[in-house]
Ligand binder design. Sequence first.
Ligand code: NAP
Length: 180
Amino acid sequence: MATLFYTGCSLDGFIATRDHDLTWLTTRSIESERDMGYGTFVPRIGAAVMGASTWQWMLDAGESAFMGGVPTVVLTHREFEPVEGMRFTAADDDDDALRRIHAGLVVAAGDKDVWVVGGGALAARLAGLGLVDEFWVQFAPVTLGEGQPLCPGHVELRLLDVVRNGDFVCTRYAVEESRP
Ligand SMILES: NC(=O)c1ccc[n+]([C@@H]2O[C@H](COP(=O)([O-])OP(=O)(O)OC[C@H]3O[C@@H](n4cnc5c(N)ncnc54)[C@H](OP(=O)(O)O)[C@@H]3O)[C@@H](O)[C@H]2O)c1
């Protein structure tokens, strides 16, 4: 099935502030159960991959598992507490290791999709390897000026869908090509 990068984003292209704050995002209104809202997206997901800062943000927000134990890989060099269903591993300059991790997640997801949760550098790297099929980006009505970028790489996208949901412009793109 597909591999999807689904994320909220500021109008100027950041998914978190420099110090990993998401208040600017989580305080906005969106209807979860319609038009690319979280509640419509999550049932599609059978496996996930994320970086260490993203998992740390969830821990800080009080999470103890991700999506009820869906198979998840966290890319990191840090020592996190073990969590059932989650694997903590590094894949620095080793593209083959990243390809193997992704292939394992595709198998684990079965007939569901793989969610690239973030951050942007991980999404850009996976897209650069041709492993991301779609970007789903919900743009919040705010600019941050600086922060953690949506995708620090050149990825050519084709707009598939756009809709307003509450405060957000929700978009879905097919990945056409990733350039060095
Ligand atoms: N707006 C949204 O909807 C949304 C969605 C997702 C995330 N976020 C937020 O965006 C921010 C993203 O943070 P971030 O840009 O720092 O990205 P991140 O991917 O969450 O974390 C980056 C860190 O992950 C580790 N890492 C990444 N790739 C690795 C690899 N191949 N091998 C080993 N370790 C690897 C490294 O940390 P170590 O070496 O220290 O382990 C790296 O510094 C977070 O605050 C997150 O909460 C927002």
